[in-house]
Ligand binder design. Structure first.
Ligand code: SF4
Length: 311
């Protein structure tokens, strides 16, 4: 039987557009975050805070890490991520050290960079293989517009934290810039952002846009051509990110249904994306989705002429 920690904290492995087979470890409940980004695919932030707390207790985190250790053959990377900001959990650094000690797979952290100046957070981040840190704006007004941060957060301090982290990083620091049409894609905004990125000097810059239903309707996507233009403008470290490969795993119908529901609880997805994420054919998945829709375990919604499923 699935343990409490496995049910709550570990998810996947799911196909990640950047990492391949990523086993997710969630350290905060949906949606505890320091920001309320317009484009967030998880939903609107219902607990906007910068207060670090044991949002999940240590014994659950510890159990989840040991569970991950037992199943290392099914994933390529353990990713601290989820439906909120993972560094908000008071046990974040302790969890990183435990995972590093016991796992032979690389460890990645997805963070919105907001708590990077807290020394124990920075030190823990500096020791992982990959930090995927967000920075969506070069100007304060744009930062407030696109990320709707907690009022105590300052763009200049976040940039300083990223610069400091880069200097002590043992692994790699990749900056993710999510571009929202007419909000952070204007020329003057991109110029300001480019300056900050040059100061930070990340190993890579990854450009993304709104590809799933956003929390706020005004968050619109750039076209692929526009993304490529921005990549050219930002220089040779910049790339537009795409799916890499699919997962192939054997499982029972019940396990597959559970995996699909868990995946959709964290991010809405199209049939095609689910097919890639779960390594199953679209027509096969369609039948499962139909049943889950009928049982009201998942739901559908149209966005930009595509059907997205969510749970
Ligand atoms: S995108 Fe990330 S940082 Fe922004 S609101 Fe969602 S979970 Fe928080």
């Amino acid at each position: 039987m699935e343990s409490q920690s496995e049910k709550v904290l570990l998810f996947g492995p799911v196909f990640s557009r950047r990492l391949g087979r990523s086993l997710g470890l969630e350290l905060v409940p949906k949606k505890v975050c320091t920001m309320d980004c317009l484009y967030c695919e998880v939903g609107k932030t219902n607990y906007l805070t910068t207060e670090r707390q044991p949002y999940y207790p240590w014994d659950l985190i510890e159990e989840a890490i040991f569970k991950a250790k037992e199943s290392q053959e099914i994933f390529d990377v353990l990713t601290f991520t989820g439906s909120g900001e993972p560094t908000l959990n008071l046990y974040f650094s302790k969890a990183i050290y435990l995972a590093k000690k016991h796992l032979s797979k690389p460890i990645a952290v997805l963070t919105n960079s907001s708590l990077i100046n807290i020394s124990e957070v920075k030190e823990a981040l500096a020791g992982v293989d990959l930090v995927l840190a967000s920075l969506d704006a070069g100007k304060v007004e744009t930062f407030k517009k696109v990320n709707q941060p907690h009022p105590s957060l300052k763009l200049s301090e976040i940039v300083k934290g990223l610069k400091d982290l880069r200097k002590i990083m043992k692994g790699e620091l990749w900056l993710e810039v999510l571009l929202v049409k007419n909000i952070n894609d204007k020329v003057e905004e991109l110029r300001a952002l480019k300056e900050l990125i040059e100061e930070i000097s990340p190993h890579k810059i990854q450009l993304n846009t709104v590809v799933r239903p956003p929390s706020y309707e005004e968050a619109k996507a750039l076209t692929l051509e526009e993304l490529h233009e921005v990549a050219l403008f930002l220089g040779e470290k910049a790339e537009v990110i795409f799916p890499k490969r699919s997962l192939k795993e054997r499982e029972t119908k019940g396990e597959l249904e559970k995996k699909l529901i868990n995946y959709l609880a964290r991010r809405p997805a199209t049939l095609k994306e689910l097919s890639m994420a779960l390594g199953k054919g679209e027509s096969f998945l369609e039948k499962i989705i139909k049943n889950l829709l009928k049982e009201r375990k998942i739901f559908e919604k149209e966005y930009k002429n595509q059907i997205f499923y969510y749970s």
